[in-house]
Write a protein that binds this ligand. Structure first.
Ligand SMILES: NC(=O)C1=CN([C@@H]2O[C@H](COP(=O)(O)OP(=O)(O)OC[C@H]3O[C@@H](n4cnc5c(N)ncnc54)[C@H](OP(=O)(O)O)[C@@H]3O)[C@@H](O)[C@H]2O)C=CC1
Ligand SMILES: CC(=O)[C@@H](O)[C@H](O)COP(=O)(O)O
Ligand SMILES: [Mn+2]
Length: 388
């Protein structure tokens, strides 16, 4: 039984994590919950049900509302970044599930590792922005980095106990998203609703748009590079529209190991929390006889330039992946607010990378503060773009 801090408990990964724990009573005990504060009814209900020692709501206004509503509950309520940092540092915590969305997860993840807590990592943006720094710290602190992202969970299982020198490449599978088979002209008038309709997974809005642009796969390439300590050239992507093979590892002898399962996030969530054991059945098993044919095809990088942009940032290294990620976060938020079109997401990320190229010298080593400065740099870059 692990004592778990769950950051982002009201989201898609957060609610599925709670479902996994409920279905496996021996797996874990919730000692802290955190959310932003946009779904106060659900968050209050979770606090009443799990009675964590600490509950954090990021927004101050939401905190005051919650404090009134939960005056009869012994849970300590906190707010803001300070609250998140306090939750991940709590003495009793053993495992932190990072299921919040975006770069906001960076500081709490770093603090959790500094405090020696194992990490079940869903929040891929943190590794994209600061993977080198985070993995180095995790090695120093002997902290386990357990991937929740379905592809990385699959690779983690394929790599188990294999010597690093025997691995030639990592093959990430991509569903291809809702617009697979379309050309650039078709993407010009894509609506928000069309982009939010993922063919295989029901997820939060930000990652669903990332899957539609294929930036999700770009971010996952960088996530895999750091999690599994591989060179950029060793990370490949193949489109697999059925999302049944969750990813693969190719070995030096040409043999490929794949991990398969129904497309249900409760499986990788459970594998991460239960590691090194395996939990009970939390999702419908894969019935091979009823599976659709499993197909594989190349990524159309001309129509979907996200993979090439991410590969460029990954090879460039240093703070470039943080720029890619921060610019993508801004662009997706604006697309969701109907302020920019679908193709503008690629344009804005590309412009941010080019502008960063012109204004900085390459720095291979960077600090957490440098990464946070990149967020401010992207903010200013954005404002300058808006005023043109
Ligand atoms: N959903 C999926 O199937 C998968 C998701 N991932 C990754 O997991 C992460 C979470 O994704 P997903 O669950 O889809 O996202 P959702 O948008 O569904 O949920 C995000 C969660 O984070 C919380 N949150 C957001 N900002 C803050 C903040 N500042 N402080 C505290 N909590 C905050 C939200 O709280 P509130 O409800 O109050 O806004 C919510 O609980 C992402 O990094 C995503 O890329 C990876 C693989 C699959
Ligand atoms: C479930 C999960 O891990 C998502 O990251 C998923 O992989 C998105 O699908 P795409 O392959 O379309 O990006
Ligand atoms: Mn994924």
């Amino acid at each position: 039984m692990k004592n778990i801090v769950l950051l982002g408990s009201t989201g898609s990964i957060g609610t599925q994590t709670l479902d996994v724990i409920e279905k496996n009573p021996g797996l874990g005990r919730i000692c802290a919950l955190a959310a932003r504060g946009s779904q106060l009814d659900l968050f209050a209900e979770q606090i009443r049900k799990y009675r964590p020692s600490i509950a954090v709501v990021y927004e101050e206004e939401a905190y005051w509302k919650l404090k009134q509503r939960l005056s009869d509950v012994p849970t300590r309520l906190l707010w803001g970044m300070q609250g998140l940092l306090e939750a991940v540092s709590m003495e009793e915590a053993e495992l932190v599930v990072t299921a919040l969305v975006g770069m906001i997860g960076l500081e709490p993840t770093v603090r959790a590792i500094q405090c020696g807590k194992d990490i079940a990592l869903a929040n891929k943006e943190t590794l994209v922005c600061a993977g080198e720094l985070i993995m180095k710290l995790a090695r120093q602190k002997r902290v386990a980095m357990l991937p929740v992202d379905s592809e990385h969970g699959a690779i983690f299982q394929c790599l188990d106990q294999k010597p690093a020198a025997a691995v030639s490449s990592i093959i990430l599978t991509a569903s291809g998203g809702p617009f697979r088979g379309k050309k650039q002209e078709d993407l010009r008038a894509i609506t928000r609703e069309e982009a939010l309709r993922h063919p295989n997974w029901v997820m939060g809005q930000k990652i669903t748009i990332d899957s539609a642009t294929l930036f999700n796969k770009g971010l996952e390439m960088i996530e895999a590079r750091w999690l599994f300590d591989k060179r950029p050239e060793q990370i490949q992507v193949v489109v697999h529209p059925q999302s049944i093979v969750h990813s693969m590892v190719e070995f030096t002898d040409g043999s490929i190991l794949a991990q398969m399962g129904t497309p249900d996030m409760r499986l990788p969530i459970e594998a991460a929390i239960a590691y090194p054991s395996r939990g009970g059945q939390v999702a419908p098993p894969l019935e091979l006889i009823h599976c659709p044919p499993l197909t594989f095809e190349a990524v159309d990088e001309e129509t979907f330039p996200a993979v090439a942009l991410a590969r460029h940032a990954m090879k460039r290294g240093g703070l470039f992946p943080a720029v890619l990620n921060a610019a993508n976060e801004k662009a997706v938020a604006e697309f969701l607010q109907l302020r920019i079109g679908f193709l503008d997401i690629y344009r804005r990320v590309e412009e941010a990378l080019s502008a960063f190229e012109r204004c900085t010298v390459r720095r291979d080593a960077y600090t957490l503060e440098d990464v946070l400065d990149v967020v401010s740099w992207v903010e200013s870059f954005w404002k300058a773009g808006d005023s043109h």
